[in-house]
Design a protein around this ligand. Structure first.
Ligand code: ZN
Length: 165
């Protein structure tokens, strides 16, 4: 079976960014996803489209096909009081490089990376970690099957033993 919309490919992958392996799924713990519903970045799905079990793949994605360009506007200074919990600044959170789960004005979850901390302000970067990066993917297609109706209704893959939620 070919990988097309609403199939479930099982694949291994290695993701290399700036010459370093940043993520990997091997045969004993492969990636499964539903093709064509936006689970993966657009360029990943486009390059796997039409492949069958046993195929290997290797391709590079520009930021535009992956996590988008780096957005300078997504680097913002927040008042230190943003990180106040029960009247105290949570110093554990305010460490350079720390990824902090937060919410936007509409209550949507997003995470930001702490870039700089001063007495009054915290500089946060809300870009995706891979924004602006070229992604180098390689791997193998292990298996392809049709997604079940329940999987399409739920928008995720069900394992061999179903799921509990
Ligand atoms: Zn489900």
């Amino acid at each position: 079976m070919k990988i097309t919309i609403h199939t479930v490919p099982t694949v291994t992958y290695t993701l290399i960014v700036d010459g370093e392996v940043v993520d990997m799924a091997k045969k004993d713990n492969p990636l499964e996803f539903i093709q064509g519903i936006g689970m993966m970045v657009p360029g990943f799905e486009a390059n796997l489209e039409g492949l069958t079990a046993g195929s290997t793949y290797k391709f590079k994605l520009d930021p535009e096909e992956a996590y988008g360009p780096y957005d300078e506007q997504a680097v913002v200074d927040l008042p230190v009081s943003t990180f106040m919990v029960d009247g105290e600044i949570n110093k554990d959170l305010l460490q350079i490089g720390r990824v902090v789960p937060m919410q936007d004005q509409n209550g949507n979850p997003l995470s930001g990376t702490v870039l700089e901390v001063s007495d009054e302000k915290v500089k946060m970067d809300f870009n995706h970690m891979l924004a602006g990066k070229e992604l180098d993917f390689s791997g193998e297609i292990l298996h392809v099957r049709k997604a079940t109706q329940a999987e399409l209704d739920h928008g995720h893959v069900h394992g061999a033993h179903g799921h509990e939620h």
